[in-house]
Design a protein around this ligand. Structure first.
Ligand code: GLA
Length: 687
């Protein structure tokens, strides 16, 4: 298993470290300290273009190679970043057209990272040259085990640029998609506000305008910009595969938060790398949700450096960040806790960002494994060294194990982009908040969850939850019907099927093409302001632990074939269905017409657990997070205490503690921020 750090050797040469006689002498000390912390991998090079090509065509990779040699002496492997996230200043000076233009038509100038337009052919050409030169210089170095393409692509809101080249590519993209101008006008609905075009050149980029752009045009613009990013990543991946076929390729992604299709990008890569900001968030279920999303991006054809199928955490924050108003220290034990949370949900490599707090540049007050002094006697270094020791113990058991989920939540980028547009029925509705209500209920009841696109094969899941697929493509609707018809259970909600893939509303009532699946039709819905609530009245066997409100949105459901499970309690639609279930083929389609509070979703999960035969992983107090990795019959449980106080857990069966080697049963007090890694097999205690 790989465990390491993000190393920036370029920060640690004379005069910032080393000596005039031995400017790079610090590197050896760094490598020793890394080994001391149990590390066996570094990522480096992601911002070094200007250092490796200080003048056009004059390459200097010798220092990078020397650093890789130092790592070799210490037996530390290397993931190399292609340095395109930080184009050199000479490139922007020579070709100012590579600089991105924003939606107001203003150029974003050089002098920082990500100052480039990904539609610019010159930028592509120079990217190819530096990648080719880098791979030529160090691609056969024995320490190299993976490439990371670029860094944080799309970061600093650079997913879109409005350059002349972007415009040309945009028009070509539209032509390829629609074929004829007539079709574009028809499917984009351009006759609204008389925006019809007679030539491709007339189609605007959605730059700053007096009011909102046509949502169909905006949606295509997001798709086009996403395709641009995917194409750029594909270009570098293909090149690296050609030059170094045995070295797998990744890049560092965030949990669906950037404006490009993360699933598309993951398909291109050999394995998924992620940035984890766990330490800056407080809710364990939010962190867990992000990890599960990232794990789910690539479920097959995974090729990692050690053959494991998991994802890598290319940047786990080792300490505090520098971009909040107040950047508090990460409390003792918390980095360890979050490392285990990442491992428990499928990570097979973890690297901390970053090795040492730099003495230079804009991130000098960002926490690192080492503090500025580099001595290695600081708290975080000690904590991470402990994790390093533990990982060595756990690695053989974790090898080849993975997370298995029978429940899945559907997400689609096109849907998220649509829901973020202006002119929504209710601006207080937030898709991520809605999704989190379901996720938190499953997470807190220890039911493993995958994420998938509506177009993915869902047949292995017993339960699929599809919160607010406002945009539902015709093909997606068909696949959901097929899933239920074949015996699956689908839960959908209000704000589903309001538009199709062309952003055209149905003329058959909502939820668009799924009315027959749910056996109902919705002609009207009532968005509610925050603080104004309706209530649910339940019928039959649905468990109700609380009075459940109906908030933000109430669908006025006309039942056709469906069974009614709950109705609204008041207003002119009192008595109308709010929660329904329909038998469809061999499966069940459940529809929730409103949004409630968290307790409703806990009750829903209790009910669904029975309906779908889902089992929680372990019986432990609600405040303990449990997840599991599985290898054939062996199940490895991770129990995490995210609280500041101990939690007593009762084990009814003997359990094997993989960190101490001991067996135990009965009461166990999990300390604050404590971690247990257990299985049920009896093992000889370690000597
Ligand atoms: C991303 C980048 C890093 C660093 C951090 C700061 O993760 O990849 O280079 O800038 O953000 O949060």
């Amino acid at each position: 298993m790989y465990f390491g750090t993000d190393y920036h050797p370029e920060h640690w040469v004379y005069p910032y470290a080393g000596s005039p006689e031995h400017p790079e002498s610090r590197w050896e000390r760094d490598a020793q300290l890394m080994v001391g912390a149990g590390m066996n991998v570094v990522r480096m090079g992601e911002f070094v273009w200007g250092l490796c090509e200080p003048e056009e065509g004059k390459y200097n990779f010798d220092w990078l190679k020397r650093c890789m040699d130092v790592m070799q002496m210490a037996n530390i492997k290397v993931v190399l970043g292609t340095p395109t996230a930080a184009p050199p200043l000479w490139l922007a000076k020579k070709y100012p057209e590579i600089l991105p233009i924003d939606e107001q038509g203003l150029t974003l100038h050089e002098g920082t990272r990500h100052a480039c337009c990904l539609n610019n052919a010159t930028f592509w050409e120079y990217s190819r040259k530096i990648v080719r030169a880098l791979a030529g210089a160090v691609g056969s170095h024995p320490q190299l085990i993976a490439w990371q393409i670029d860094n944080g692509i799309g970061g600093h809101t650079t997913e879109y640029s409005f350059n002349p080249e972007s415009k040309n590519d945009w028009h070509a993209w539209l032509k390829a998609k629609y074929g004829t101008i007539e079709r574009l006008n028809e499917l984009m609905g351009t006759r609204f506000w008389s925006q019809t075009v007679t030539d491709w050149d007339q189609v605007p980029m959605p730059m700053r305008a007096p009011t909102v752009h046509n949502p169909a045009l905006l949606l295509d613009w997001m798709r086009f910009s996403s395709d641009t990013i995917a194409a750029y990543i594909r270009m570098q991946t293909d090149l690296l595969h050609e030059l170094t076929p045995n070295i797998p390729v990744t890049t560092n992604l965030r949990a669906l938060s950037r404006h490009f299709d993360h699933f598309d990008v993951a398909e291109i890569l050999d394995f998924v790398g992620v940035d984890s900001y766990a330490t800056v968030k407080s809710k364990s279920s939010e962190n867990a949700c992000e990890i599960d999303m990232l794990r789910s991006l690539k479920k097959c054809n995974v090729r990692t450096p050690d053959g494991d199928e998991g994802f890598w955490v290319i940047e786990q924050k080792a300490g505090h960040v520098n971009w909040q108003d107040v950047n508090s220290l990460v409390r003792p034990g918390v980095v360890r806790l979050f490392t285990y949370q990442l491992l428990s949900r499928g990570a097979s490599g973890v690297l901390y960002f970053f090795w040492r707090q730099p003495r230079i540049g804009s991130e000098k007050f960002y926490g690192g494994v080492l503090t500025h002094d580099g001595r290695g006697d600081n708290r975080v270094y000690r904590e991470i060294s402990q994790i390093g020791d533990e990982i060595k113990l756990l690695a053989p058991a974790l090898k080849g194990s993975k997370v298995v989920a029978e429940t899945c939540i559907l997400v689609s980028h096109a849907n998220e982009w649509t829901l973020k547009m202006e002119m929504q029925p209710n601006h207080h509705f937030k898709q991520r908040e809605h999704l989190m209500l379901f996720y938190t209920a499953l997470h807190d009841r220890n039911i493993p969850v995958d994420f998938a696109r509506p177009t993915d094969d869902l047949s292995k899941y017993k339960l699929v939850i599809a919160p607010s697929l406002h945009l539902l493509a015709g093909g997606e609707a068909d696949l959901l019907k097929l899933y239920v018809h074949n015996g699956g259970t689908l839960v959908s909600t209000f704000n589903t099927g309001l538009v199709d893939e062309h952003h055209i509303a149905p003329d058959t009532g909502f939820p668009g093409a799924l009315t027959d699946l749910f056996g109902l039709e919705i002609a009207e819905f009532d968005p509610l302001p925050p603080g104004e609530e309706n209530h649910l009245t339940f019928k039959g066997a649905f468990p109700t632990s609380h009075l459940h409100p109906a908030r933000l949105w109430c669908d006025l459901i006309e039942p056709k074939e469906c069974q009614v499970l709950a109705t609204y309690a008041k207003d002119f639609y009192a008595g109308k269905p709010a929660l329904t279930m329909n038998n469809f083929g061999n499966g069940k389609a459940i529809y929730i017409g409103t949004m409630s509070h968290q307790y409703f979703y806990y009750d829903l999960v209790v009910w669904l657990r029975q309906l779908c035969n889902l089992f929680p992983l372990l019986k432990v107090p609600d405040t303990v997070e449990v997840s599991m990795r599985q290898k054939e019959d062996r199940k490895i449980y991770f129990l995490l205490n995210h609280q500041n106080s101990p939690i007593r857990i009762q084990f009814y069966k003997p359990m094997h503690d993989l960190l101490t080697g001991s067996m135990f049963q009965g009461n166990y007090d999990l300390p604050p921020h404590g971690v247990l890694v257990l299985d049920e097999q009896s093992h000889t205690p370690k000597t």
